[in-house]
Design a protein around this ligand. Structure first.
Ligand SMILES: Nc1ncnc2c1ncn2[C@@H]1O[C@H](COP(=O)(O)OP(=O)(O)OP(=O)(O)O)[C@@H](O)[C@H]1O
Ligand SMILES: [Mg+2]
Length: 431
């Protein structure tokens, strides 16, 4: 038989197998929750209420928003793995997967109830139930089963449009044994607190009203407001801001702009209060919170670390930089489904090296000054800080110069030659 005569064969994936494997694509509880809130933000919500409710085996998580809501048709499409739709520039969604994959990474049953109409209280609801998928091996959603607690929450939709997302059967959150025990209760309490902090960080620009939206967003977790956590401490008068830089990036058919903001936070004694210094240290504390904060369409994706540009160092712990890109550069930054990770492309890293190293040098001298003041000396700047230039910084300056001169190809050959003849120098230059 010739190749051309083979009739196409249907290879629809096994729903049972694929939903099983999609549970493990890399979400943790916090990133899964943030992916649900992304959708609320996308739907124009001004209020998002998260409740993490302990009730033994019936413990559940519910996210209510006052966004645009969905019609029945929208809801069925929303629950399809790989929702069919187009995105505008700046929309947080990208894959048509988050609602489903984030939810089943944490629970066995996802129920969504939604109201679209401004005037009629017409609520539609559907469940994606892994037990049903397991039993039938079919890609199907069903009416919420009788035992679902979704009915306890639909009053949220009494006054206008909005959406309720409910996670039940929290098998990935609660322990297998004794889900009704004290340990499980403490775990949920602790998750509520961490979720509040995490959402306050990831969506801080929306909470502050900085992002290009008509109304600022309010998020509560178990009734308490998530306070915005802005890594650059804008209210601290002792903070130093270096000039913002903007770069045009063009790789293959992709073209866009990235913006780099650079800040040196005040040292402990220069902070407005010890409590504020503590709060601004962030979830991973000062040392590990130094570095790049990468924002995609104003939503924080990466918080800290230098992405291989340089090493995390106690001396530069006060240095933090924002890197902003728009969704037109998604492919270049390889944003992952869980929106937890970006890969900063080599072309961008090269552009960042010099300004980042400059920032870190300045942060280093603020840190040293603090150390000397604590030790009681008044010397302005240590001689070694004035004269020594970091080899990597020098290396980065040469690369930038080669780029600016349009000689990056010939420069690549120079670099290779140096690596072959004097690898120790190439190392010191960070090549
Ligand atoms: N809270 C909500 N309010 C209104 N519409 C929603 C809500 N949640 C989801 N949707 C709709 O369902 C669709 C599917 O959501 P889902 O999170 O699975 O994918 P996505 O947001 O399009 O992309 P990504 O996989 O990157 O998150 C969304 O595009 C949106 O149209
Ligand atoms: Mg989404």
């Amino acid at each position: 038989m010739s190749r051309g005569s083979l009739a196409p064969v249907d290879i629809t994936p096994s729903a049972r197998r694929l939903t099983g494997s999609l549970r493990d694509i890399g979400y943790d509880f916090l990133s899964a929750l943030a992916d649900i809130v992304d959708n609320s933000v996308g739907a124009g919500a001004t209020q998002v209420n998260v409740d993490i409710v302990f009730d033994g085996e019936n413990s559940h998580v519910v996210i209510c928003d006052d966004g645009d809501g969905m019609t029945e048709r929208d809801l069925n499409e929303a629950l399809r793995f790989g929702t069919r739709r187009e995105y505008d520039l700046g929309e947080l969604g990208r894959y048509g997967l988050g609602l489903k994959t984030a939810s089943i990474s944490q629970c066995r049953r996802l129920t969504v109830a939604s109201r679209r109409s401004l005037t009629y209280r017409r609520v539609v609801s559907r469940s994606l139930d892994l037990d049903h998928v397991e039993n039938t091996d079919r890609w199907e959603v069903i009416a919420p089963p009788r035992q679902s607690v979704v009915t306890d929450y639909v009053t949220w939709l009494d006054d206008g449009p909005g959406t309720i997302v409910l996670w039940e059967g929290l098998d990935r959150v609660l322990p297998d044994r004794r889900p009704e025990g004290g340990w499980a209760r403490r775990r949920l309490d602790q998750l509520a607190e961490r979720s509040r902090d995490y959402l306050g960080m990831v969506f801080h620009r929306f909470l502050e009203g900085d992002a290009a939206r008509r109304f600022p967003l309010t998020i509560t977790v178990n009734g308490e407001k998530a306070e915005p956590w802005n890594p650059f401490a804008p209210m601290e008068s002792g903070r130093i801001e270096l000039p913002e830089q903007s770069f045009e990036v063009s790789v293959g058919d992709l073209y866009g702009r990235v913006r780099l903001g650079r800040f040196i936070l005040p040292s402990r004694d220069q902070f407005s209060s010890a409590a504020e210094f503590e709060r601004m240290s962030g979830p991973l504390k000062w040392n590990r919170q130094q570095g790049l904060y990468v924002y995609r369409a104003d939503r924080l994706i990466q918080h800290g670390g230098w992405s291989g540009i340089r090493a995390v160092d106690e001396h530069t712990k006060l240095a933090r930089a924002s890197l902003d890109f728009q969704t037109d550069l998604d492919r270049l930054f390889q944003i992952n489904v869980a929106k937890m990770r970006v890969a900063i492309p080599l072309e961008v890293k090269t552009l960042l090296e010099r300004p980042i190293n400059e920032l870190c040098h300045r942060a280093d001298s603020v840190y040293r000054r603090e150390g000397r003041e604590v030790a009681g000396t008044t010397e302005k700047e240590a001689p070694e800080a004035r004269t020594s230039v970091d080899g990597r910084e020098l290396g980065a300056a040469v690369i930038s110069a080669a780029l600016e001169a349009g000689e990056i190809d010939s420069f690549g050959r120079v670099m290779e030659r140096l690596r072959a003849t004097s690898p120790e120098f190439a190392d010191r230059l960070g090549w």
